[in-house]
Write a protein that binds this ligand. Sequence first.
Ligand SMILES: NC(=O)c1ccc[n+]([C@@H]2O[C@H](COP(=O)([O-])OP(=O)(O)OC[C@H]3O[C@@H](n4cnc5c(N)ncnc54)[C@H](OP(=O)(O)O)[C@@H]3O)[C@@H](O)[C@H]2O)c1
Length: 246
Amino acid sequence: MATAMAKRLEGKTILITGASSGIGRSTAMEFARTSPKSLKLILTARRHDALKAIAEDIKKEVGEGVKVLPVKLDVSKSNEVKEFVENLPSDFKDIDVLVNNAGLVKGKDRAPDIKEDDLDIMFSTNVIGLINMTQAILPIFKKRADGGKGDIINIGSIAGRDPYPEGSVYCATKAAVSSFTDAMRRELIDTRIRVMEVAPGQVETEFSIVRFYGDKAKADAVYKGCEPLTPDDIAEAAATVMHKKT
Ligand SMILES: NC(=O)c1ccc[n+]([C@@H]2O[C@H](COP(=O)([O-])OP(=O)(O)OC[C@H]3O[C@@H](n4cnc5c(N)ncnc54)[C@H](OP(=O)(O)O)[C@@H]3O)[C@@H](O)[C@H]2O)c1
């Protein structure tokens, strides 16, 4: 018998940004495992080859019931986001769930030594990218009856609520995600569009490798002496907060 979570997911079309690694990849796998008979996944990120490999992994593990569309997309580029939505194949257009997961941290600097490129990429990805995606997908949700229906799951961070030194810009981007999520929830309160935030603590992914510009030794040192969450932990949380089908 299908679990409540499987019933929630069955037949849905789910778009995940930043699905090429870490939490995004695990979320795609978790959704596929939970609803292996009927699901459509649109997986996006800048690394298309990694997305294609994940599509293969899903097919190998659960078979043909989960249809996967891997699409190269940089969420920080508003023109790419618009083109992506306009060019979705007809059988993937009717999106039910948007998981705004793409995000990154760069550097560990204190003001006034924060690098301009790091500042730009963190805000343009974590904040503007998430807003770009939301604005592009929301009209699909709003076309549905009674003011609209759909789920938006934003991946925030505990860093947005509990900011730390040398992470000021990243923390500020995640505070912005939290604030945007709360405002959206209130704007859409009279519809069946739900806007949720999952705000993880420390998770071991490629996150720290990206922070230290590819320096794996520095990244590994971040997790010494603590037991970080795994991306699968966050994927489970994301699947649990989803809306019921009817
Ligand atoms: N790890 C943690 O401790 C932690 C804690 C709290 C919250 N988070 C949040 O969780 C989310 C996922 O991070 P993660 O930990 O899973 O790190 P990760 O393994 O580095 O994954 C980040 C994902 O974001 C994608 N991405 C980055 N920039 C992008 C862009 N401009 N356009 C499209 N995709 C982009 C990356 O794909 P490409 O490089 O292929 O584009 C990758 O798939 C982020 O929003 C992060 O802030 C992480």
